[in-house]
Design a protein around this ligand. Structure first.
Ligand code: KIV
Length: 286
């Protein structure tokens, strides 16, 4: 009998069932190491296409490719055991047709083994979401500010700050829910709108710059750790890792230059037998 306790991963239906319940804790991760840490505390790990800006220094998420998402999605799956891993579909990999979306999502699910995908867009993506869900692809929606549309939006501005602008955003959230998504990210909307959408739709809302009333919250890990140079208003910094990392790198560089690193504890001695032989030959051990 195996003594190893099996750890069951959370699934999209588990998250769907949390509507109105205990808040759903989500963070992004793009690597196995951070995934291991995030996995201990979070219900959902999002391999966000924000990796293009955070890891690769891109100005927007538009240039991110499916191959980039698959590579990092696989890394996060290897680093985690319990959380539901959701991989973002990058710009251009799903908007052209339902068939294109299914082919891209199938690659992501097969090659990363993640539990769900996320895609941006409300009413315009509803038909595609329904097509994907019917064919076994769990979909997390994303409405409000949709960063992949930056070139038509013009800037990363909060949405729905005038009540007159609420209706289309509410309709987007409802369309995503009606299409069968198991949850929806609501990004950068006026707080009362985030609250209202959460009350209106039957699936969990995951807020980022939305409302404390949302069914869950998400942040980009590097933003909340204080590693990103610029962050939006909605980010709370829970850590300030930048200065600590810089001090460590500066100390390493100084010690290497002064030949203080590596020290005796960081090199491999010879095996005792070989050492004896070398001693006999009069070799010095420093
Ligand atoms: O790409 C991402 O990290 C995201 C989150 C900000 C929701 O979509």
């Amino acid at each position: 009998m195996s003594t190893q306790q099996e750890i069951r991963r959370l699934t999209a239906p588990d998250i769907r069932a949390r509507k109105g319940g205990e808040p759903i804790v989500c963070l992004t991760s793009y690597h196995a190491h951070t995934a291991r840490l995030v996995d201990r505390y979070c219900d959902v790990i999002l391999v966000g296409d924000s990796l293009g800006m955070v890891m690769h220094g891109l100005e927007t998420t538009v240039p991110v490719t499916l191959d980039m998402m698959i590579l990092q999605g696989h890394a996060v799956m290897r680093g985690s055991k319990r959380a539901l891993v959701v991989v973002d579909m990058p710009f251009g990999s799903y908007e052209q047709s339902k068939e294109q979306a299914f082919a891209s999502c199938a690659r992501v699910l097969k090659e990363t083994h993640c539990g769900a995908i996320k895609l941006e867009g409300g009413r315009r993506m509803a038909e595609t979401i329904a097509f994907l869900v019917e064919r076994g692809v769990p979909v997390m929606g994303h409405v409000g500010l949709t960063p992949q549309s930056i070139n038509t939006l013009g800037s990363f501005r909060a949405q729905g700050r005038d009540e007159a602008d609420w209706e289309p955003i509410e309709a987007d959230a409802m369309a995503v829910a009606d299409a069968g998504a198991f949850s929806v990210v609501v990004e950068a909307v006026a707080e009362p709108l985030g609250r209202r959408i959460t009350e209106q739709i039957p699936i969990p809302t995951i807020g980022i710059g939305a409302s404390p009333a949302c069914d869950g919250q998400i942040l980009v890990l590097e933003d909340m750790l204080g590693l990103s140079p610029r962050v939006p208003r909605f980010v709370k910094r829970y850590g300030d890792l930048g200065p600590g990392i810089e001090t460590a790198i500066a100390t390493y560089a100084k010690e290497v230059r002064k030949r203080e690193f590596p020290g005796p504890d960081h090199v491999y001695p010879m095996r005792p037998k070989a050492r004896k032989k070398a001693d006999l030959r009069g070799l010095s051990w420093g």
